[in-house]
Design a protein around this ligand. Sequence first.
Ligand code: PEP
Ligand code: MN
Length: 264
Amino acid sequence: MIYEDKFSIEKFLRQFHKDEKEINIKKVIIAGPCSVESYEQMDKTAEFLKKVGVNILRGGAYKPRTCPTTFQGLEEEGIKILNKIRKKHNIPVITEIMDVETLDFVSENVDILQIGSRNMYNYSLLKAVGKTKKPVLLKRGMSATVNEWLKAAEYIVSGGNDNVILCERGIRTFETYTRNTLDLASVAIIKKESNFPIIVDPSHGTGIPYLIKPMSKAALASGADGIMIEVHHNPSEALSDGKQSLNFEDFQYLLSELSSFVNI
Ligand code: PEP
Ligand code: MN
């Protein structure tokens, strides 16, 4: 047993590999596009990611976009695509939940709920996911202190759901070179102050593809339980976050570099 956290990601993943006696997960890799764009996109992405050993497939269907005229996600259709893909490829899927109204529908169709940075302070949403039994990946608010983030996690736990995974995705600082400032000290703090598993998202944490490898290494060296990376089959055509997304080849190269680093 590698994880001794409140929520065991390994135990959770084991359900998807019932036929395999041993699953060797030292670090959890979550990958996939920022947004679900079509069935074909997710089908080819899942096939590739599964082949290279990714544990969890990501894809947003309800997208919290800064600009209201940009792509807002496929919404209900995107969730249905995720459900088909998880069954076809036998891979757990994670997607962002933006409001209480869609919670039942989304919960029935995916494996892990993501609370995005913009909703970390949405206490009614936190209470609502706290009443489900679904694992919840709680992203750090972009201007949240570690203590506020931990309190947000407590909202979910006190509703009766202690299947919480935290995700460091960078915070707003005066630095504008990177999209956010990836706070990796938070990883070690979370490990000291709580027993929640923690994942690091260097894609949103930096916004810059060449920083993903060094920040992934730093995250894992800091004690993170895994990483979440945006991957797109053709980043220049992606409907959201194409600039920070890795293509298949670069992602595979990243994994090979990481596996010699942490033996994933
Ligand atoms: C995402 O994961 O696509 C996303 C919108 O992330 P964040 O909430 O961290 O901005
Ligand atoms: Mn994104």
